[in-house]
Design a protein around this ligand. Structure first.
Ligand SMILES: NC(=O)c1ccc[n+]([C@@H]2O[C@H](COP(=O)([O-])OP(=O)(O)OC[C@H]3O[C@@H](n4cnc5c(N)ncnc54)[C@H](OP(=O)(O)O)[C@@H]3O)[C@@H](O)[C@H]2O)c1
Length: 305
């Protein structure tokens, strides 16, 4: 049994790791988040309020709980927002990681940190863990800077790079699959780009990968994504088909027509062999992930959480 502290525990990945750790392991878990309360009222989770940009609060929390492992999921994940408010993005995505690393060094904790395909420019593929990063937007620059903080911190750390997370969570910021679902179920038309490609990652797969890293005590860098490359448009169509919604509401457009504040890598594909082989995990393709999501959402109406 290990003592594990989760940051950003009310976010999509934070909730998933909390749920999987509580239901499938006997680790001692402290969930933390910026909000006053945890979103879970049916799981026996211990929760503390923690703003990771507050250095003193963070240091006190880690010193008091003394975790063996910190799963750091708190981040500013609004890619266009990061482009517009760089100071805010830097504070949460980089400075907070410095604070965390400092406390981890003092307390001998292992940090599991989540990074992104946005550390790359999308011009070369497929990319394994030895590929050289080259971010094209500010969010990507902060994620790369956070990786480098850990590399220079003199602590035990694991960096997992993932992309296009989708899944269900209570009151989470909408992810791409939920956004498609939400609009199509209200019969609303949506514009979706046909020329941005990536590997949608079912959040439970990433959650299981994190648990394996904890249990096997692995450090280093892992690429961990869904097994299939697809365009955003084709992913939206797969959502419509899985949930039996009207796919003709999905309008194909090009990135040039669809103005986004932050430039995006056009093509992201990771080699995930290291994660699959060393951790023994299976990474779902789009249809597999979406059909599990559908079941989870159906059960949700019967209070699965
Ligand atoms: N989503 C993706 O497609 C994707 C892809 C690749 C990598 N990642 C990485 O995966 C990790 C988890 O992403 P996610 O999708 O689970 O993000 P998310 O749903 O946006 O969750 C992030 C959580 O962090 C919280 N947070 C914000 N500021 C905080 C603070 N100062 N102190 C403590 N918590 C704070 C957020 O709370 P509020 O909601 O109150 O702001 C939210 O609950 C992030 O590191 C992200 O960069 C995500």
């Amino acid at each position: 049994m290990k003592k594990i502290l989760i940051t950003g525990g009310n976010g999509l990945l934070g909730q998933t790791v909390t749920r999987l750790l509580s239901q499938e392991t006997n680790h001692d878990v402290l969930v933390t988040g910026r909000e006053q309360h945890s979103v879970f009222d049916k799981l026996p989770v211990r929760y503390s309020r923690l703003d990771v940009t507050d250095k003193k609060q963070l240091r006190d929390c880690i010193q008091e709980y003394r975790p063996a492992t910190i799963v750091h999921t708190a981040a500013n994940t609004n890619v266009d927002g990061c482009e517009g408010d760089r100071e805010k993005a830097q504070l949460l995505n980089v400075k907070a990681v410095e604070y965390l690393a400092e406390s981890a060094r003092i307390n001998g904790a292992h940090i599991i940190h989540i990074s992104s395909d946005y550390v790359f420019d999308g011009e070369r593929a497929p990319l394994d863990e030895s590929a050289s990063p080259k971010p094209v937007n500010y969010y990507g620059r902060t994620k790369l800077a956070s990786e480098n903080v850990l590399r220079g911190a003199g602590i035990r750390f694991t960096i997992i790079r993932s992309m296009i997370l989708y899944g269900y969570g209570i009151d989470v910021k909408s992810n791409f699959a939920l956004w498609v679902l939400n609009n199509l179920s209200k019969n609303k038309k949506i514009n979706v780009v046909v020329d941005q490609y990536g590997q949608p990652t079912f959040v439970d797969d990433l959650g299981y990968g994190i648990i394996k890293i904890i249990d096997l005590d692995r450090t280093g860098l892992y690429h961990m994504t869904g097994s299939e490359v697809t365009s955003r448009y084709d992913f939206a169509v797969a959502v419509a088909e899985t949930f039996k919604l009207n796919k003709s509401l999905i309008q194909p457009i090009s990135s040039d027509e669809f103005r986004q504040a932050a430039p995006r890598p056009r093509y992201s594909e990771f080699v995930t062999q290291k994660a699959r082989m060393e951790l023994g995990i299976r990474l779902s393709n789009v249809r597999e992930g979406l059909s599990i999501l559908k079941k989870q959402m159906e059960q949700r109406t019967h209070n699965v959480y």
